[in-house]
Every structure is written in C-alpha cells, then in structure tokens.
Design a protein around this ligand. Structure first.
Ligand code: 5AD
Length: 351
C-alpha cells in the first residue's frame, strides 16, 4: 500500500490513480495531506501558466430558469425570486465597461431559457465585432445542438456547463425527473463537437455525495478532458428543497481543486465565488490549491442581489477600476498577478 505522497505524486506525473486510492485519499484527508496536495497542485499550475491568474468579467444576464435543480435558488419552482433579464444593450454596456478597464474575457451566464437564442446570438456577434480581441464564454444551460451551433457560429469561444455529478444515480437525486444525466452528457458532447472550449464542474459537499462520488469526479474529468473545471462548495439556499442540508467544506473543496489540477495540468480552473463566499481567504486559497482563473462580477449593480443561487453569495465585483486594483493586490500578496488577456486554454492559444 503506497502512502498519500506517492499517490499524489503519481497523479501529478501520470494523471491517474486507482479508484480505491482516490477514495482513501479523499476520505482520510487532513490538514497535512491537504497542504501537500495544494503544494504539488500549485507547482503544476505554475509550470503551465506561471504566476498569472486570468480575470474574466462575469455578466449574469438573466435569472429566469426553466430548470428545477433542488440545490439552486434560481430554480423555476422558486416563486420568491424577483426575475430579471438584461437587455441586449445592458449586456453590451456591461462588457464595454469591462473592456475599458482592460478585460479581454467575458462570461455571459444565466438560467436556462429557450426563447433567447437569436437574441444571444446577436449579442455575441456584436461583442465580437466591437471587441475582436476579447473571448466570449457562454453559460446558459442545456440547449439543443442547433442552438449551441448558432452561438458558436456567432463567435462564442467557450461554454460552461457543469456536469454537476459524474454519478448517474446521484444526478437523479439532485434534480427533478425532467432533468436527466443523459441529456446533460449529450449537451457536453455537442459542445465539444462544435469546437467550444468546454467547462465542466461540480459542487463539493452536495447532498448524497461521499468520497466515492468525489473520486468518480476526478476519474470522469480525466476521461472528458474539459478545458475548464468549476468547483465550489455546496451552499444551501433557504427557498430550495435542500435549504436545510449542510454546506460543503472549504477544505474538501480545496482538496478537490488540487486533485483536479494534478489530473488536468493545463485546465483553466476558477477560484469560484462559492469558495470566496464560504471563507474570507477563499479566493486566494483556491489559487494556492491550483486554480488560475477568477471571474469578478460586472453585472449592473441593481440586479446582483437577485442572482441568488445560494444564500450569502459574495458579489466580488469589479464594476470600477478599484475592484480590479483590489483583486490585483490580493494576488500580489500571495505572489501572483492578474492577467487580463483572453486567457485561452494552453492547447487553444491562437498562433
Ligand atoms: N451552492 C453552490 N453551488 C451551487 N450551484 C447551484 N446552486 C448552488 C448552491 N446552492 C452551482 C451549480 C451550477 C452553478 C451555476 O452553480 O454547480 O452549475
């Protein structure tokens, strides 16, 4: 039986570990093991991307959603949400302001709706025409392949669609019957086939998840080879069916970020808002665990409180230059620097 250092070292070198090794590591993790995993993950991140952290401007374009995820405050069944959708003009304005601050990467994120495909295509086309040196990432849930194709043709570079869990039975416990694991996987396959840089991801500490499920996340990601992976702790939202479940642990989230970095050395891994919302040092701890992306919120201020996926969501915004400055100085304190370029995955860098 090999020790945890051997297992982590092997994972760093060969991007594999046996299922039982992963389960054992995850279920026996303590401060010392976490520290070691984070140190290795950090080295791998620095080897691939240096001490830079890519900054993306996040625009929460709409909180309307047809989905029914039991964990999410924006689920269609939650009637306590004040619903909003930004106009085309508002989305473009938000990005333009970000562009003036120096940002060259934008993420348009929103709930799942099916009547805005043409509008979003127009927005993407206009953004790409106005700022050709910026990358546009969409995160608008499950759609038909035709819609993903339309958006890709319009110029979208990347798409974030967390797979949520690699375990089919687990997926069924987190979602109503109208949402299926198979359709989620179909969407991810379509996005890959269309040439998007694809982002997968999962929550840590979601209800019914244990070390077995977490080990399978690592294995799934190695098989999928996504360009981006979003990982954050589960945080209860009081108006959802899971409102009284316990929150995911920050330390376990950091461990999963580190394992993901070791398994996918070149991945773009954000230090998520959920992590920052769970711990004062969450953002920088994520980077020290191997994350290399942050996504400050550039949504117009008046809408931010309504994008309440979970309770106590931090709105680490950067609507003004000071926001970016603050971010940059937080990076500096741990020896990193903000990078405002497109921030493509190493295999997608245009030559
Ligand atoms: N806590 C943490 N993360 C959540 N998400 C949704 N609800 C929650 C929650 N309560 C994550 C999901 C989703 C992404 C938009 O946010 O993984 O894909």
């Amino acid at each position: 039986m090999s020790g945890y250092k051997d297992i982590l070292g092997w994972l760093a070198l060969h991007h594999e570990a046996t299922h039982s090794e992963l389960v054992r590591l995850i279920s026996s993790a303590d401060a010392e093991k976490l520290d070691y995993a984070m140190g290795l993950a950090r080295e791998v991140a620095v080897d691939n991307y240096g001490h830079g952290v890519f900054v993306r401007g996040l625009v929460e374009v709409s909180n309307r959603c047809a989905g029914g995820c039991y964990y999410c405050g924006l689920r269609a069944e939650n009637s306590r949400v004040r619903r909003y959708s930004l106009s085309e003009e508002e989305i473009r304005e938000a990005c333009k302001k970000g562009y003036e601050l120096g940002l060259r990467s934008f993420v348009l994120q929103g709930g799942e709706v099916y009547d805005k495909a043409e509008m979003m295509a127009r927005v993407v086309r206009e953004l790409k025409a106005e700022m050709p040196d910026a990358a546009v990432t969409l995160s608008l849930g499950e759609q038909d392949a035709e819609v993903y194709d339309l958006w890709r043709q319009a110029g979208a570079d990347r798409y974030l669609l967390r797979h949520e869990t690699a375990t089919k039975e687990h997926y069924a416990r987190l979602h109503p019957a109208r949402m299926t694991f198979d359709n989620r996987q179909r969407c991810i396959a379509d996005l890959k086939a269309l040439g998007y840089q694809v982002g997968a991801g999962f929550m840590v500490g979601s209800p019914f998840q244990g070390a077995e499920e977490l080990a399978r996340e690592v294995e799934y990601l190695v098989g999928l080879q996504p360009q981006m992976v979003g990982i954050g702790p589960y945080i209860p939202q009081c108006d959802t069916p899971f409102g009284d479940q316990k929150r995911g642990s920050v330390e376990q989230t950091l461990l999963m970020v580190a394992l993901t970095r070791l398994a996918l050395p070149k991945a773009l891994i954000p230090s998520t808002t959920a992590l920052a919302s769970s711990d004062k040092q969450g953002m920088t701890r994520g980077i020290l665990a191997g994350a290399n992306v942050v996504m400050p919120n550039i949504t117009p201020q008046q809408y931010r409180a309504d994008y309440a996926i979970y309770d106590g969501k931090k709105s680490c915004g950067t609507e003004a230059g000071e926001g970016l400055q603050r971010l940059a100085s937080e990076f500096q304190m741990i020896g990193y620097e903000a990078v405002l370029s497109r921030g493509d995955h190493a295999d997608f860098v245009k030559r």
